[in-house]
Design a protein around this ligand. Sequence first.
Ligand SMILES: *Cc1c(COP(=O)(O)O)cnc(C)c1O
Length: 388
Amino acid sequence: MTFRSGRHFLQVPGPSNVPDRVLRAMAAPTIDHRGPEFRELAREVLDGLAGVVGTTQPVVVYPASGTGAWEAALANTLSPGDRVLMAETGHFATVWKQVALQLGLEPIFLPGDWRRGVDAAAVETRLAEDGAGTIKAVCIVHNETSTGVTSDVPAVRSAMDAAGHPALLLVDTISSLASIDYRHDEWGVDVTIGASQKGLMLPPGLSLNAVSAKALAAHEAARLPRNYWSWTPIIAANRSGVFPYTPPTNLLFGLREALRMVAAEGLPQVISRHARHAEATRAAVRAWGLELLCANPAEYSASVTAVLMPDGHDAGHLLDLVLDRFDMALGIGLGRLAGKAFRIGHLGHFNDLSLVGTLGGVEMGLELANVPHKSGGVQAAMAHLAGA
Ligand SMILES: *Cc1c(COP(=O)(O)O)cnc(C)c1O
């Protein structure tokens, strides 16, 4: 391999760049996970996470990727054969539906075109038809990382209330936590699913469920097999700052540091920073004359922008070139978007010049790959950044 000087640009929409402060915090001797020092660490990270999720209710942390937290949310609240209403917003919603199927649930999949968020009216219609209450949960992805589309969670909550339906609301916030406004308690969410490696600026390996009182009640009655994922022993142990198994101590050191960084910047500022970088990215895409995958401006994602390739041009080729020439990783098109779209991650540990560098790499890549486009995307983004 050729030697690469300088920093690698990791601009996939997760895993995101890990700040040096977080890396240093993790490079510490592992401590006794039952001792007083650990208990203080556990309390600080669980409180900090609750703040980011917007809850005063329990947050359960798992040593697992986001996929584990998906499974945990379903296995803790549902019983074999239960019907769950899911919405086809893109690749991640489709994979979560597979998880539900594998667990022996019966998903009802509201169809989508992978360019829009959850259709709250369709949720209301489907729930209103279910007078017998056979649907036990509505499961949605807040920010569909494969398409760059953010769904309106409060609108889905209102649709459920309008239908007068008792289903639980489960929300995947894996690529929106600490990047896009989200409020577990205020929005009436029952289980929030999150992970460490996107907005939270950590390496992969941690994920979470935030749990409402209603979800805890459903948990008591739920009959899907669960052991490792079970909330009960974890919440009980967490009360005294410990875990019922050996926790990932060094990732928790990193989490503590990342949460301190979010607190120092201020969560509202973190959210508005992401929105501003997303706007500047879209200004670049428009100047290039390329098409955004997200078809509804009200649903543009603040953490990732997906761009459609012109017909006859392969996104994989563009991304290979950008990696080879500029040492930058961009997100490939996932599932049915393979080759047809690419994704620019602008989340987590990120600033104006990271964005200008990222867009510069994309613009040079478009030129080198002979993708039809206009120049001036970086200029448009800089004008936006310098002005706003
Ligand atoms: C990344 C991601 C996942 C998958 O998480 P893993 O940590 O890879 O298991 C699920 N949902 C969304 C929305 C994601 O962005």
